[in-house]
Design a protein around this ligand. Structure first.
Ligand SMILES: *Cc1c(COP(=O)(O)O)cnc(C)c1O
Length: 331
C-alpha cells in the first residue's frame, strides 16, 4: 500500500529512534527537561520570538496560541476552511469561549478587503470585538497552498494600525519556507503568536510548539497544565523533533516534487501544486477513494466532491511514480 492520506502517517526512522533513546530528560512540568528546553529555545529563535512551548498536538498549540490573543466573548477571523475552524472540533469555542467569523477565498488566501469588512473594533454592548486574525500557511484543505509573504506583510501593517493581533497556524510552515525560500524569521515577524508541528512532514511521532512572547508562553504553560497537557520526561519526544529539524526540513522539497507529479497525473496544472498536498475535485469522492484503494493507493475524501493526497517522508520517488501511473490510467 502507498499511503497518501496524510503526512502524519510517517513512522520514526532508525536515526530518530536512536536520538530518542539517547535523550537526556527531566520533569518538564518543573521546566527541567533539558531536551525540551533546548528544542523550545531553538524554535523560538528560528522565528525571532522570545519563547516557545512544547505541546502534544498542533491543535493544543493553536488553542493555547489563539487564547493568548482572544479573550472569552471575543472573536477571531479566519478563512472558512481553516484548520482552526474545521478540524479542531470546536475547541476554541468549547474550551476558550471564543467565536469566529470567516472569509472565503480560493486557495485559502488572505483577503484583506474582506477582513476589513468583517473587522469589528470595540463597539461596547453591540458587537463582538474582533481581537485577532488567524492565517494558515501552508493551507491544508486548500491544497497545501502557500500564502505569499507580501500578503502577510500587508496584513501585519493593517493589524498594527487597527490594534488587531495575528495568529499564524504554521503546522506546515516548514513546507512554505522550503517552497519559497522565505526565511522562517520573516514569517515569525508577521505573527504575534504561531503554532508549528513536528509530526507532519518533518516525521516526528508527536509534538508541536506554540511560539510567542515570554509572557504569552508563561500564561500558555498554565493553560496547558489546566488542559491536562503537562508532561513529564518528554525529552524522548522532543529529541525526535530536534532530530527532524536537523535532518528532515530540506528534504521537504522532494515531497513537493512528488506532489506535483501526482497533481499532474490527476489533471492539475503542476504549477498550482505549491507544496506536499494535492486536493482535487471528483464527482464522487468516496467512490474514487475506494477505486484507488483497489489499486493499492490510499487517499482521503475531504468533502463529498474533494479528495486529498499528501506526500511525506515514507513516500519514495518510486511510490509517487507508481501512484501517478495509476491515476493517469484511471483518468
Ligand atoms: C495537522 C494540523 C494541525 C494540528 O493537528 P494535530 O493533529 O492536532 O497535531 C493544525 N493546523 C493545520 C493546518 C494542520 O494541518
Amino acid at each position: 500500500m502507498i499511503d497518501l492520506r496524510s503526512d502524519t502517517l510517517t513512522r520514526p526512522t532508525d536515526g530518530m529512534r536512536e536520538a530518542m533513546a539517547r535523550a537526556e530528560v527531566g520533569d518538564d512540568v518543573y521546566a527541567e527537561d533539558p531536551t525540551v528546553l533546548d528544542l523550545q529555545e531553538r524554535v523560538a529563535a528560528m522565528f525571532g520570538h522570545e519563547a516557545a512551548l512544547f505541546t502534544p498536538t498542533g491543535s493544543m498549540a493553536n488553542v493555547l496560541a489563539v487564547a493568548s490573543l482572544v479573550s472569552p466573548g471575543e472573536e477571531v477571523l479566519c478563512e472558512s476552511s481553516a484548520h482552526i475552524a474545521r478540524a479542531e472540533l470546536g475547541a476554541h469555542g468549547a474550551i476558550s469561549g471564543i467565536t469566529m467569523r470567516t472569509w472565503t477565498r480560493e486557495r485559502g488566501q488572505v483577503d484583506l478587503a474582506a477582513i476589513e469588512q468583517l473587522h469589528a473594533p470595540d463597539m461596547g454592548p453591540f458587537f463582538v470585538r474582533t481581537a485577532a486574525v488567524s492565517v494558515e500557511n501552508t493551507h491544508n484543505f486548500a491544497g497545501g497552498s502557500v500564502l505569499p509573504i507580501d500578503d502577510l506583510r500587508d496584513l501585519r501593517s493593517w493589524a498594527d494600525t487597527t490594534g488587531t493581533r495575528i495568529h499564524l497556524d504554521g503546522a506546515r510552515l516548514w513546507n512554505a519556507h522550503v517552497a519559497t525560500g522565505t526565511p522562517l524569521s520573516d514569517y515569525g515577524r508577521i505573527a504575534d503568536v504561531l503554532a508549528v508541528c513536528l509530526s507532519k512532514g518533518l516525521g516526528a511521532p508527536i509534538g508541536s510548539l506554540m511560539v510567542g512572547s515570554a509572557d504569552a508562553i508563561d500564561e500558555a504553560r498554565v493553560r496547558r497544565k489546566r488542559m491536562g497537557g503537562g508532561m513529564r520526561q518528554v525529552g524522548v519526544l522532543a529529541a525526535a523533533g530536534t532530530y527532524a529539524l536537523d535532518h528532515h526540513v530540506e528534504r521537504l522539497a522532494d515531497d513537493h516534487a512528488h506532489a506535483r507529479l501526482l497533481g499532474e497525473a490527476l489533471g492539475l496544472d503542476p504549477a498550482t501544486v505549491d507544496t506536499n498536498i494535492v486536493v482535487v475535485e471528483r464527482p464522487d469522492a468516496a467512490a474514487f477513494v475506494a477505486r484507488v484503494a483497489e489499486e493499492g493507493v490510499r487517499i482521503a475524501a475531504v468533502g463529498p466532491r474533494a479528495v486529498r493526497l499528501v506526500t511525506h517522508l515514507d513516500v519514495t520517488k518510486a511510490d509517487a511514480e507508481r501512484a501517478a501511473a495509476i491515476f493517469a490510467r484511471l483518468a
